[in-house]
Design a protein. Structure first.
Length: 713
């Protein structure tokens, strides 16, 4: 029996809500996940079948945590597994797979992650007239990809994209977007945005699909609703079209992702979009002291467009907030390192401490000081495990073995490790394939058919091999000789062996290990790395992939499930980073800190042009769109609010009086958000003055130490 009395009154009100739209405004640290899990458990106890409940999250980690909590509440893992709980993209993929025939998709369609997308975009750029051969270097490919992503989520088709013609990035996007989309379709591929947009288009235009999906789930729940974009909102509205049983949980004060398409008006106008909606506010904070919450409430109250709420706590007043003023960023970093070292001496564990900053560039000096002080640290938001080159290379081999006509994966491995297939040969193969509307794999086979083969290659060279996309057209590449021909034969051989082993039911781990030996991957990693330690780290990354493949093998699944597994790797939103022993201080941007909490937090660089960011103060700068590009001051204030509310017991706010800008020392102005915090909450510390007071004592100690040493001699 699920005991709703374990919840506070507003939480209980939300969890026990019956039908109709419900907006749960969950302030920072107010127990929103607890509300969702209790609500789902309560619905199940009311007789709603698990197959009729859908909960959408933004990360796989959040989805898994939700499922585990429900399982623990119900003491029933089977029922918890029957629930549809996952990311928007995972649900979109589920719809695409279920509606594959209606969409005219081949069985072997693939999902492109960001690295794949950027590869396709670079290739598309090479085919744009008036763009030089190094066009992908001249343009920030990620900025173009962001524009395509925003266009897709606004349902702007490639042929309809205009943008601002005066903006060179908008102009190049208008040219490359159609070619990029053509490349995806030619490879039977979808990117992340397609996983939302294409299911929505299908459900809206196809009566059968609309009937199947608008009636499938009787109750729909959405976590972090403030982060939804236009496409995700359309998907949500379609799913609840027949019944309106929608529960969304979120906090408009933590909407900080508009630069990637999130629309805060989705949560601000919820009751307008879903008439009759019930609104429940969760304002009791279980994380932070009253002092920290007073600072957060005061800052965020200066935003006008928001749902009014005031966080409160029973955790006591707590310590004052330290406001430390440094002369320079170097002094700021030295002081933070010293303070962290002292906190550790006083009994705090390294991992109870976090340092937050607005932009990644701020971390460089801090990292140097932490290393000097021998303070262990980890940076959140680093390169993801499945994004590491050596890992993606092995995955690409597996993708080609399962789907030889996955052109992007094939291009990745065609000459890696180097086997004599140069760029000119690849271009010749690609042109021949395009002329026949065939794949690059077809061209590879055409290049060597009848010129002699290696053992075990008969099936892979057949022009009618049973690959996922059907029969292959004959492609005449002409006469290829020497290293290029031998390299193609070698490539087809190793891919053939890998595919045949998987097809025969051999362990994917053992089959992939044979591949690694055949292509001498570890030798190449040793040769290409700057040191043996670096080479070993890269080899360990590949070994880490074998761990993932072994876990897949242990589930006893086959070839088709392996293809799904590789697609799932592309959908991972959290990495499986290398684990090194011991606790560490956490360094992260304010964007990366959302959803986290720490007993002690340092927020550094609270100055105008850092927080709020300079691009917010000069919105005409539109050359690059990224996490540093916020839309307005109100979002920057929300970002500050997010940072403050990460702290549980102690908060430090630091700033500098000067910074070097374009080679000159420039005075800095305190952040307006810092000035909004009531003075009585702050313990102001002058870092320069503290240093002056300590230097004489240190010099005296050093003198007497040297004197004693000389006397001993």
């Amino acid at each position: 029996m699920v005991d709703l009395q374990k919840l506070n009154a507003p939480q209980r009100d939300a969890a026990s809500h019956g039908g109709g739209p419900l907006l749960v405004l969950a302030g920072a640290g107010s127990g929103k996940t607890r509300v969702i899990t209790f609500r789902i458990a309560h619905l199940l106890e009311q007789g709603i079948p698990p197959q009729a409940i859908c909960a959408m999250t933004f990360t796989n980690k959040a989805a898994e945590e939700m499922r585990e909590r429900i399982s623990a509440l119900l003491q029933d893992k089977v029922t918890a597994r029957a629930l549809t709980i996952g990311t928007f993209h995972a649900l979109g993929l589920q719809i695409l797979r279920a509606e594959r025939k209606a969409l005219g998709l081949p069985r072997g369609f693939v999902i492109y992650d960001q690295s794949d997308q950027m590869g396709a975009l670079r290739e598309a750029l090479r085919h744009i007239k008036d763009v030089s051969r190094d066009g992908e270097k001249r343009f920030d490919v990620k900025a173009i990809l962001t524009r395509i992503s925003l266009a897709k989520n606004a349902f702007i088709a490639p042929e309809d994209y205009v943008g601002n013609p005066a903006d060179e990035y908008d102009a190049i996007t208008a040219q490359v977007y159609p070619k990029y989309q053509e490349m995806l379709r030619a490879c039977a591929a979808y990117d992340f945005d397609d996983l939302i947009v294409e299911p929505v288009r299908l459900i809206e235009k196809d009566a059968g699909a609309r009937e199947r999906w608008t009636g499938k789930y009787r109750y729909v729940m959405v976590d972090e609703f403030q982060d939804t974009n236009a496409a995700q909102l359309r998907m949500i509205r379609l799913l609840v079209e027949q019944h309106g049983n929608l529960c969304v949980v979120g906090d408009d004060d933590q909407s900080i992702y508009s630069w990637r398409g999130a629309d805060p008006t989705n949560i601000l106008r919820f009751d307008e979009m879903f008439p009759g909606a019930k609104i429940v506010k969760l304002e009791q904070n279980y994380r932070s002291t009253k002092t920290i919450l007073r600072a957060a409430n005061t800052v965020i109250a200066n935003n006008k467009q928001r749902h009014g709420k005031v966080l409160w706590s029973n955790l006591g007043e707590g310590e004052s907030i330290v406001h430390a003023v440094a002369a320079t960023p170097e002094d700021e970093a030295k002081w933070v390192a010293r303070e962290i070292h002292q906190l550790h001496k006083d009994g705090r564990t390294w991992d109870s401490i976090a340092v937050l900053y607005r932009s990644n560039i701020q971390s460089k000096i801090l990292e140097e000081e932490l290393r000097t002080a021998s303070i262990p640290y980890v940076m959140y938001g680093g390169q993801q495990f499945f994004e590491r080159k050596e890992v993606k290379d092995v995955i690409a081999y597996l993708r080609v073995a399962l789907n030889p006509r996955d052109d992007l994966a094939l291009r990745r491995i065609i000459n890696y490790p180097a086997r004599g297939i140069g760029a000119t040969t690849v271009e010749r193969l690609a042109l021949a394939a395009n002329a026949k509307h065939a794949s690059l794999w077809d061209a590879l086979k055409g290049a060597v058919t009848g010129t002699g083969t290696l053992p075990g290659m008969t099936t892979m060279l057949s022009t009618n091999d049973d690959d996922p996309l059907g029969a292959s057209p004959a492609v005449d590449v002409g006469d290829l000789r020497g290293a290029a021909r031998n390299g193609i034969l070698e490539l087809i051989h190793v891919v053939s062996e890998l595919g045949a082993s998987i097809e025969a039911g051999d362990s994917v781990v053992s089959a992939t290990r044979v591949l690694i030996e055949d292509i001498k991957l570890y030798d190449d990693l040793r040769h290409a790395s700057g040191s043996m330690a670096a080479a070993q780290r890269r080899i360990d990354n590949v070994e880490g992939l074998f761990g993932s493949l072994q876990r897949f093998t242990d589930k006893g699944k086959g070839r088709e499930q392996l293809a799904e597994f590789l697609r799932a790797l592309s959908l991972e939103s959290k990495d499986e980073e290398e684990k090194t022993p011991g606790p560490k201080v956490v360094l992260t941007t304010l964007h990366g800190a959302k959803g986290l909490e720490f007993p002690i937090c340092f927020m550094i660089g609270l100055e105008e042009e850092l927080l709020p960011h300079a691009r917010t103060l000069q919105p005409q700068s539109t050359d690059v769109i990224d996490a540093d590009h916020a839309t307005d001051i109100s979002e920057e204030r929300r970002l500050c609010y997010v940072g403050i509310t990460r702290a549980q017991r102690k908060l430090y706010l630091t700033r500098c009086c000067t910074r070097i800008s374009r080679g000159r020392s420039m005075p800095r102005t305190p952040s307006r958000f810092l000035l909004e915090i009531p003075e009585e909450l702050l313990d102001v510390r002058d870092i320069a003055e503290e240093a002056r007071q300590k230097v004489p004592a240190a010099e005296v100690q050093s003198f007497f130490g040297s004197l004693a040493s000389m006397l001993d001699d």
